[in-house]
Design a protein around this ligand. Sequence first.
Ligand code: APR
Length: 251
Amino acid sequence: MPDLIEKAAKQISEAKSVVALTGAGISVESGIPPFRGKGGLWEKIDPMSVAHIDALKKDPEMVWRVLIKSMKLVLDEARPNAGHIGLAELEKLGILQTVITQNVDGLHQMAGNSDVIEFHGTFAWQRCMECNQSIETSQVDMTTIPPQCACGGILRPDAVFFGEMIPAEELMRSQKASANCDIMIVIGTSAMVEPAASMPFVAKNNNAVIIEINPEPTQLTTRISDLSLMGSAGSIMPRLVKAVQKRLEPL
Ligand code: APR
């Protein structure tokens, strides 16, 4: 592995434009379970019955009780781990421009990354399903479930549910960043959900080098990953950043 990290560090330190694509795996070491694989949320509950927009419209109380409330408890406690901090370090080194994240936990911004595209929206805000008014999740009174807007409408997270479109602005910016980078670091995603899973292919089709960080192989690993650093984000990122810093030091 050390030589793979050195190889990745060499390419990253020489790159002109580096973009990261992250998934639930980067937040596992912050105490947020992934959706698929070991301990995955969708191994216990069927996502189509609780995380689809039709389920939310049909039975908002059940979706709030089963999915949203439990997610909020976990997200309130979560703090950035060494994986998030490593990406913030790469931005500070002037190496990493943009993080495209599928996560709604806000941990990249908390770690210090300044250009984060929230591909699946965010849990930090709620939106009224009647009047579309936005309110910060931390300001929402959760004693009544589902919580209501001042207008009487029901609130929902500003996150993208299955069956919903990716916000146009986030999709367009992600496609542009993916097409223009010369390295994409893909961390902690099973790359199963479209259109997020297409971003590494957009990068690859524009001659980017794909560096994957994941303890398990994914559908990207054998198809387009140029370097596959097998391990957890929290263990690999600090070593990768250290190796990049060493290469950037004046000789
Ligand atoms: N470090 C890095 N990767 C990890 C770690 C870790 N510590 N632990 C697990 N992983 C990897 C798993 O091997 C898996 O490949 O993270 C990936 C998590 O995959 P998913 O749970 O499918 O998460 P993600 O790819 O982000 O899911 C995409 O699906 O349900 C929707 O909207 C949801 O944004 C989510 C989307």
